[in-house]
Design a protein around this ligand. Structure first.
Ligand code: PPS
Length: 229
């Protein structure tokens, strides 16, 4: 984060893992085409994580990828608040934080562990990791609490996954207002439609056909209250 340079038009999507990062990312990505400063409709399909630096010789680092991105850039992160605090509070970085009922987040996270990273244990084993604060994405409770406390900053918008489920169009309008992107009702409707789970799943399967199973598992159920099951 010390090396990363904020641009005034940047927007960062910050969430505890499994809280709606990808969904909000796609909403903002779709919206980006209507941004007054956008160059055409050219926006990357993949939104990079600020913290994901892959140190292999032939792979550009996340910072290098971001340097090459066209502005206005969309970046995402699961970093704890304290790492981004300076950028947010002193440099005015715009952040959309998405929070989700933690029981659903952990349910989703458990399936992520099983399906995506081959965790061999059951939910109890997984929950032991939660209790020991050993999840690879960090402490979802602390992250949610910190972003919630930052919600009154003018450059921070906090949205809940449950609100996105209940009325996606309302959230799209709120995000557009926050990002100062003018959208008419047709644009809102089209963004909502393009960001539904089936379309997003299909898009990912087409983008990475060799890993279509993973893509299907990633877009799992997308419902509120699945923890009960
Ligand atoms: S990650 O790995 O941290 O980036 O995961 P993240 O994208 O934050 O969260 C994944 C969960 O979000 C659900 N999802 C959606 N729900 C509704 N609509 C859309 N379009 C959508 N896209 C992703 C996804 O299914 C994961 O939740 P669960 O409960 O596992 O289904």
């Amino acid at each position: 984060m010390k090396e990363w340079k904020v641009k005034p038009s940047d927007v960062m999507i910050a969430t505890p893992p499994k809280s709606g990062t990808t969904w909000m990312g796609e909403i903002v990505r779709q919206m980006r085409a209507y941004h007054p400063e956008a160059v055409g409709k050219d926006v990357s399909f993949i939104i990079p994580y600020v913290e994901l630096n892959v140190p292999t010789p032939d792979m550009p680092t996340a910072l290098e990828c971001q340097d090459k991105m066209l502005s206005p850039r969309i970046i995402k992160t699961h970093l704890p608040y304290e790492y981004t605090k300076e950028k947010v509070e002193e440099e005015g970085l715009k952040v959309i934080a998405v929070l989700r009922e933690p029981k659903d987040t952990l349910t989703s996270y458990y399936y992520h562990y099983c399906n995506i990273i081959n965790f061999p244990g059951d939910f109890h084993d997984f929950f032991d990791l939660v209790r020991q604060d050993r999840l690879h994405g960090g402490n979802i409770f602390k992250m949610a609490q910190d972003w919630w406390q930052a919600r009154d900053l003018p450059n921070v918008l906090v949205v809940k996954y449950e609100e996105m489920k209940k009325d996606t169009a309302e959230v799209v309008r709120r995000v557009a207002e926050f990002l100062e992107i003018p959208l008419d009702s047709k644009a809102v409707e089209s963004i909502v439609e393009n960001c539904n789970m089936d379309k997003m799943r299909k898009g990912l399967v087409e983008a990475i056909p060799d890993e279509s199973e993973m893509a299907k598992q990633f877009f799992r159920k997308g419902v509120v209250g699945d923890w009960k099951n």
